[in-house]
Design a protein around this ligand. Structure first.
Ligand code: FO1
Length: 319
């Protein structure tokens, strides 16, 4: 069975670990979000690609969900001692090696897709990890504070400011000129199933869908498309989805996110038991909906969620 999963970072990576446990024989292609990418100290950093690669490859710092296990931050301490900015982005020594290899290959002219394949040759994540595009796309957030109204990089908004101020606008800079990465359209077209993991609907899934041609491909595929709500019991499980959902005028509710994706894209939607009141609303919009446990406490819980999504998809015929 060929499964395609458009994916952001931590939530998607944990779901993918459950999916791999639930259907080890499936061929899973991950379309990774690159809008979070940032260049710091001359190095290209791809947080969502690395979180999927490290989590499925067994190298992730489990608790925080990003960066490497057994990490040290000696280089960062030295950079800070030199007064080099920014000091707010946690760059670990082991993680730095990934960014050095990536930057060397990019500078040598390799596209991000080939760089990602080379990095995955070491980590063997057990999925095919394709960047959504080889073209540069960077998510910026428009805020207003003492410094006036301005756009800052998503990482500054999320890591430096902890999304503490309203996001007035979210802009995927470069998305309109970007092209789907190699293999992405073919994977979507030939998929037997598409799963939207509990990633951020705006800065992760939304950014992937903003690459021209990708939303149309997901809507056109004969494969059923089943999503899992990133909002549980009326709030994001982690992260700040509510802040960026507000920027696009979507409530932080399981039902509102499903309706935001829409029945053109979604055939099925899983909500947590605590959001069971969303089931009739979502069903009414023509999206099959079920309430199941959606908290990924461990791999078994994530595997159960994956099986629930596969069950829901089994009963759907793409209209
Ligand atoms: N998230 C944080 O909250 N603080 C950090 O210092 C931080 C550093 C970092 C370094 C490399 C990397 O790949 C991810 C990192 N993240 C950090 C997570 C990152 O901001 C988010 O995972 C994604 O961009 C959103 O999914």
């Amino acid at each position: 069975m060929r499964i395609v999963v458009p994916a952001g970072g931590i939530g998607a990576a944990r779901f993918l670990r459950g999916l791999r446990a639930a259907v080890p024989e499936a061929e899973v292609t991950v379309v990774g979000n690159t809008g979070d990418d940032i260049t710091l100290f001359g190095l290209r950093i791809c947080p969502d690609l690395d979180t999927v690669m490290y989590t499925l490859g067994g190298g992730i710092a489990e608790e925080q969900g990003w960066g490497r296990a057994e990490e040290t931050f000696v280089v960062q301490e030295e950079l800070t001692a030199y007064g080099v900015e920014p000091a707010w982005f946690g760059l670990g020594d082991r993680d730095l090696a990934t960014h050095v290899v990536r930057t060397q290959m990019l500078d040598a002219g390799y596209p991000l897709s080939e760089v990602t394949a080379a990095l995955c040759a070491r980590w063997e994540p057990g999925v095919r990890l394709l960047p959504m595009s080889d073209d540069r796309v960077e998510t910026h957030v428009v805020i207003e504070d003492a410094g006036g109204r301005r756009a800052i990089h998503f990482q500054e908004y999320w890591v430096r400011h902890r999304a503490s101020m309203p996001a007035l606008e979210v802009v995927a800079v470069g998305a309109d000129r970007s092209r789907p990465g190699p293999g992405v359209l073919d994977a979507i077209e030939s998929a037997d199933l598409v799963l939207l993991p509990p990633s951020n609907p705006v800065v992760s899934i939304g950014t992937i869908l903003s690459v021209p041609g990708l939303r149309a491909a997901f809507e056109a595929t004969s494969a059923p498309v089943v999503g899992l709500s990133p909002i549980v019991d009326g709030a994001p499980v982690r992260g700040m989805a509510d802040q960026v959902l507000a920027a696009i005028g979507v409530d932080a509710s399981a039902a509102a996110v499903a309706l935001h994706y829409g029945p053109q894209l979604l055939d099925g939607w899983l909500v947590d038991r605590s959001d069971a009141d969303a089931v009739p609303v979502v069903s009414e919009a023509g999206i099959a909906c079920r309430a199941v446990p959606l908290l990924m406490r461990d791999i078994d819980a994530s595997a159960a969620m994956a099986r629930a999504a596969l069950d829901l998809a089994a009963g759907l015929v793409r209209s």
